[in-house]
Design a protein. Sequence first.
Length: 292
Amino acid sequence: MTSPTHTSHTGTRTGRRASASTTSPRPRIIGILNTTPDSFSDGGRFDSTDAAIEWGSKLVEAGADFVDVGGESTRPGAGRVSVADELARVIPVITGLVDLGIPVSVDTMNSETALAAADAGAEIINDVSGGLADPEMYRIVARTGLTYIAMHWRGHSDSFKDTANYNNVVLDVRNELKSRLAELIIWGVDPDRIIIDPGLGFSKTADHNWALLGHLPELASLGHPVLVGASRKKFLAPLVADDAPADYRDPATAVISALAAQAGAWGVRVHNVEATKAALDVWSAWENGRAE
């Protein structure tokens, strides 16, 4: 990924500006780093700054292009955290990773956290609410000039079951993302810095998730790169064992990463970077073989 050097909008820190360019030979790997005590897969493992920074470094060593730092769990039924708590969890980690030269995205629905992360050197704002959770988010995104990931979202985790109703999930998600894109542009966000995410598992059943994965090119027809976030999610459990630990879903996640690459995805967001990198390396070799 090409990321020219820039000065942060406040002038307090410098870093690379992430690009939404689609010229990479394979999807970008976004390594997940949860600093929360209650995330569904790894809650509590990295709730100290030092442990989180160490794990972020390992994600990059394993092949991650970015480390996505989040301080609020969005698993079904999770409660909200205060902005103060979120800031205390993520900003020291982002600062430490950036000081090591590691590209960082911030996973947040809060504009205040997004702005602080930008000041700390984050390159991407990854907002699972697509801007719907905080009316100030689009203004902050435009102000920072950072790349913005707008995910399809219909409400907080306590409403997932009630909002998983679609006439045609692919068409409905596409149209709702299209509305988000239009509003982002009205607020002055650079269209070339917008990435979309279908929001697998958010107000969606397993059938909805598979339908969206099977129709990624239709989402990409909106003219923006697509991020796929399927890692360890519950809809993969029947492929291994419903009662198995979440990391048993890593092989299925890696296969989805390779299939997402085949479908033209810009990036994949995963817990197990090593497994996904291996899958994408196989896909790249396969594609190179076809070109011979």
